[in-house]
Write a protein that binds this ligand. Sequence first.
Ligand code: BEZ
Ligand code: FE
Length: 289
Amino acid sequence: MRTVTAENITDTFIGYFGDDTDPRVKQIMSSLAQHLHGFVKETQLTHDEWRLALELLKWTGDITTDERNEFVLLSDVLGVSSLVDMINSHPEATSSSVLGPFHVSDAPPMDLGADFKRHYEGEIILVEGVVKDTSGNPIAGATIDIWQTAPNGMYSSQDEEQDINSFHGIFTTDENGRYAFTTVRPVSYTVPSDGPVGKLLDATGRHPWRPSHLHYIVNAEGYRSLVTEVFPDDDPYLDQDTVFGVREDLVTTYKPQKAGTFPEEGFELSGKVDGPYSRIDFDPILLKK
Ligand code: BEZ
Ligand code: FE
């Protein structure tokens, strides 16, 4: 096309693809061009506004390191990460939810009933459940990589007071598919807001808070890997998670338990639970590959 106009630019773009372009690449890029071009026309975008957007993207690149990926955070606060999760979830399996930037590789192995909190003080919770398949059968030998904030609202990689494995651990389910541990209640916290994403949240009158949660990555031979989170039903930010991670099946009740109701049958706790505590039951359901 020699004379490009606002009316024919999208078709012209699509016409530029080489014959040997991968069909899926062609589909994705054609759709992207249609939506982007449509967005520019619909909003009648000005040069200044587009320049500002490109500056924001440049800043996003400049601030990104191996430890802090601002592009992932941008995708999270725009709802794109969650939308990708949702359209790739299966209704019979547990919903997936955002991974976030604070997972560490090679977290230490933990025994059934382990004490996750180490020396930290706070409201004690017992977390337990069974990893199951979509027919309700327990899955033995599944690994569950779990991480959470310390009571100060920080993950280990953000906090000089914590070593890198603090509040990170990997459980392996027993012959009944079971896992269990004690910890302190995770707290609501803010996503990093000192960069371009924070600027975007400010400009749109949004807060950077997430409801408190426990992160899970569940893996088992022959099943699809599940990246998810578990939220308490009484968190003030449950209905306004800035990264859109909350799903109905991921919301649990922290059930108050009386002092002295431990140990339970089947395993012992390595952490002392002298006083009252709360209990969460969460059974991750995995989909066969
Ligand atoms: C998190 O839950 O750790 C998280 C998720 C998305 C963005 C920032 C943090
Ligand atoms: Fe988190």
